[in-house]
Design a protein around this ligand. Sequence first.
Ligand code: PHE
Length: 356
Amino acid sequence: MPGSPQWPHHESVVTSSGARTGLPVIIAVHSSVLGPAAGGCRIWRYPRWQDGLEDALRLSAAMTAKFAAAGLACGGGKTVVALPEGYDLTPDRRHDLLSDIGDAVEALDGRYATAPDVGTSTLDMVVIGERTSHVFCKPTEHGGSGDSSPATADGTLAALRAVGARLGGGAADGTGPLRGLRLAVIGLGNVGSRLAELLSEAGAELVLSDIDAGKRELADRLGATWAEPHEALTAEVDIVVPAALGGVLTEQIVPELRCRAVVGPANNQLAVPQVADSLQTRGIVWVPDHIASAGGVIHAVTVELDKRPEDEARQRVRGIEHTVAGLLQDADSGGVTVAAVTEELVRARLGTPDLG
Ligand code: PHE
C-alpha cells in the first residue's frame, strides 16, 4: 500500500537452494536507486525459512535508508540464510554454505555485494570471495577493509557527541561534550565494548551491561557501574546506548525510561515505528539506529569503493557528528522527531515522493 513503510517495494528478491547444502539462501535487493546494493550476510536460525525472508526484506530496506542518510552511492540489500532449528552447522558444512552464498551473490552479477553481519565474520568473506568479487570487509591482508566494528563504534561516538552537546554536556573548558554525562551502554560485543572504552576516554560516567556476566571485567577496568540489561535500560542516566540485538524500545518500556536520550548502534531498536513518537512525547531524544550505526559502512565504502585513504574514511565517519547536529536542529525547529526528519532526508535523496 502506498505510504506504508513497505513502499517502495523491493526491486528483487531471490531465494535459491545452495547446490552443496540445500539450505535456502535469500538475497533481497531493496533499492539500487543510489548505486549497486550492498548489505551484510546473516546466518541465523529461524522457525521457518519464511521468517528469514521477512528479515531479509526488513533489513535490506533498512540498508537503503542507512546508505541514503549517509550520502553514499549504494543501494540497500541483505543476504539471509535461514538455518532450520537444530541444524548442526559443522565447519565443513559452513564452508560449503559460504561457497553456496558466494555463488548466489555472483549470480547477481554486481547488482549486490555482501559483507559480514550477525553470524558471519571477515574471514567468512574470504571464503565467499573465492566465488565472487562482490564482497566487502575481507581482512586487510586479503585486500579488504577489514572488520568494520571499530568504525561503527567511532560513528556512534560521533552521534553521541552531537547529542551530548544538545543536552548541554561538557564543561566550558573545551574538554568535549560527553565529559561528566552519565551513559548506560547495553551490550558489550565488538562494537559496544570499544564504544565503552571511547566513552570512558571522553570522560563520561558509565553504567555497563551485558547478558554475559564475563563482561563485568570491562566495567571493573573502566571504573564503571555494572547493571543487568533491564536495570541499565531504565537507569537514571543522560543517555541510554543500545548496543545489542534490536527491539528494545517497546511501548511498554517508554514510561519506565529515566534518560534524556537514546542513541546507539543496535539495529532496529524500535519494536514498532510509533515508539519514536512516544519517546518524543516524553521529551526523550532518539536518533535512528541507521544514523548512529553508519560508521562501519561509511568506512568500508570509502576505502573499498571510493578507494580513498584510511584517514579520509575516519574523517567521514566523524562527520556523523555534524549530520546528527543538523538533524537535531531541524527536528527542533520543525517540532517533529529526529526520525521524521531522517525519513524526509532519505526520501529526498532517493527521489521518492511522500506517497502517504
Ligand atoms: N553489517 C554491516 C551493516 O549491515 C554490513 C556492511 C558493511 C555492509 C560494509 C556494507 C558494507 O551495516
